[in-house]
Design a protein around this ligand. Structure first.
Ligand SMILES: O=C1O[C@H](COP(=O)(O)O)[C@@H](O)[C@H](O)[C@H]1O
Length: 258
């Protein structure tokens, strides 16, 4: 697994725009090299703001949207179209405004799917397995970029401290019950699936995330600090605003926006 690189931007607005710009470059380069790319989206305030920033920049047209597979790192188990779903936020902020191939957009099943949360997790795992190639050496595609927000409690995706999902070592997707942040029932990628990504980008803005960010970069254990296990195979980035970076030593964070 890769050692995190930390980049600090002035504020949440610059952070969202900078991550959007970085994403365009990464996806364009990947599509040039391999013809297509796999992107995993996150929900949350800065996650959706990043997607809105991507939608707002004309450079978004450099991405071949029809050759992009879009996945989610976690989802709230609510009906399709529910405002609490990460999918709903992503569609409104970005996906409704670009020429994606609907067949390559892979939302996690909702509570109106007729599936139990456990069945929904299994269904999503099967969808991931169907997209994996022999060279991926595992049950999920090698995601090119996997975006993660982080909670004040250091949760990533829907992997909350001390919950059974953080101990999952085999299945790539699990149902989560009793999440401390509402809604309580969710689906989430697990650490093995997250760590199969080529690149993991943790995005955080705001002072309420500062302690969690510091713990995630300080060698804390993943069961109590899930963000400490947010690592990509080739690259891990912590993309922060100044408030979220406030507790990490200045030597660790490279200021990118004066
Ligand atoms: O519940 C969730 O929370 C995290 C962080 O959200 P934020 O609003 O505090 O930034 C998010 O990354 C995750 O996808 C989501 O389901």
């Amino acid at each position: 697994m890769s050692v995190p690189t930390v980049i600090v931007h002035r504020d949440a607005e610059v952070l969202a725009q900078a991550v959007a710009a970085r994403l365009i470059t990464r996806l364009v380069d990947t599509q040039a090299a391999r013809g297509s790319a796999h992107l995993v989206l996150t929900g949350g305030g800065i996650g959706i703001a990043t997607l809105a920033a991507l939608a707002a920049t004309p450079a978004r047209d450099a991405i071949d949207w029809r050759s992009l597979d879009i996945w989610w790192g976690d989802e709230r188990f609510r009906p399709s179209g529910d405002p609490e779903r990460n999918e709903t936020g992503a569609r409104e902020a970005l996906l409704d405004h670009v020429d994606v191939d609907p067949g390559r957009v892979h939302p996690m099943p909702g509570s109106d799917s007729g599936l139990t949360p456990e069945e929904a997790a299994e269904a999503y795992a099967a969808e991931l397995a169907a997209a994996a190639r022999p060279e991926d050496h595992g049950p999920v595609p090698s995601f090119d970029v996997l975006l993660l927000g982080i909670g004040p409690d250091a949760h990533v995706a829907s992997l909350f401290p001390g919950q059974p999902a953080v101990y999952e070592e085999d299945r790539p997707v699990v149902a989560v019950h009793g999440a401390p942040k509402p809604p309580p029932t969710r689906l989430s990628l697990t650490f093995p699936a997250i760590q199969a990504a080529r690149e993991v980008w943790v995005i955080a803005a705001g002072a309420e995330k500062a302690q969690a960010v510091w713990l995630a970069l300080s060698g804390a254990g993943p069961y109590q600090v899930p963000a400490a296990a947010a690592r990509g195979r080739q690259r891990t980035m912590f993309l922060l605003d100044r408030a979220a970076a406030a507790k990490i030593p200045p030597s660790l964070g490279r200021i990118a926006s004066p």
